[in-house]
Write a protein that binds this ligand. Sequence first.
Ligand SMILES: C[S@@+](CC[C@H](N)C(=O)[O-])C[C@H]1O[C@@H](n2cnc3c(N)ncnc32)[C@H](O)[C@@H]1O
Length: 255
Amino acid sequence: MSVSASTLDFGYPWWLSYGHLAIFGAAAVFLLLGYARKWSKWPMVFVGAVTLWSGCGFLLIRFGGDINGRPALPTQSFLRSGTGRVLDLGAGTGRSSIMVLGARPQATLVALDLFGESFDRHFGRGESPQQRLLRNLKAAGVDQRATIETSDMRKLPFEAASFDAIVSAYAVDHLGRDGIKQALDEAARVVKPGGEFLLILVSNDKWAKFLFGPILSHGGTRGPEWWRARVRDAGFQVVEEGTEPVTRYFLLRRP
Ligand SMILES: C[S@@+](CC[C@H](N)C(=O)[O-])C[C@H]1O[C@@H](n2cnc3c(N)ncnc32)[C@H](O)[C@@H]1O
């Protein structure tokens, strides 16, 4: 597959990054209009509140973790050795793969995705999904250490214990209950004993509610307790757990 390197484009919908800015612009125009035309108190309070919310929302997304920006590892404890063969479950357009390969320059990685309907829903269908992923890996300068695998994370095409570590960001939580169990069982099968799994999930936390209301309710009402039970059922130990805005992560180890 031959694609040229360009700039990173993770391809999440524009409104996740700039929707609040668009609302802020429109609300600010109404605020000025209302001021010039001396609107009564309550319309001005409403427009002022929308302006404030959207302005704060944009700043929070811009400086608190833009889904279209290059991410940092949520924990430096992941793959502390710095080397090893890593599997990215649901790699999409490469954001999580680039996060790991950028932070761990001695590691190699298999970027696995089904590149099916869920990919299209998140990133749109245009040119080949694999080419979009490869273009981003090249733009980040990590393509030499990555390979792309088109497969289902619920039935992995790998031998048991063939990876030193696994990462998965905002992907396992897109599966149904049975799919989550299958994916976690498969992760436990293909990671080596002592290997780690950095599981990153969308969290329907106060930031998600403030910024997006009900729009981003991935994982429904599944809270941290539910996930802890599922990963333990699959045979993982929870080594570390933490949150970032709109995100919960678990650092797991296979005993
Ligand atoms: C929200 S994206 C996350 C992409 C990437 N990990 C990131 O951090 O931006 C979820 C990805 O999971 C993939 N996915 C969903 N179900 C899958 C499955 N059963 N097997 C493999 N990949 C799957 C989708 O194709 C999509 O690319």
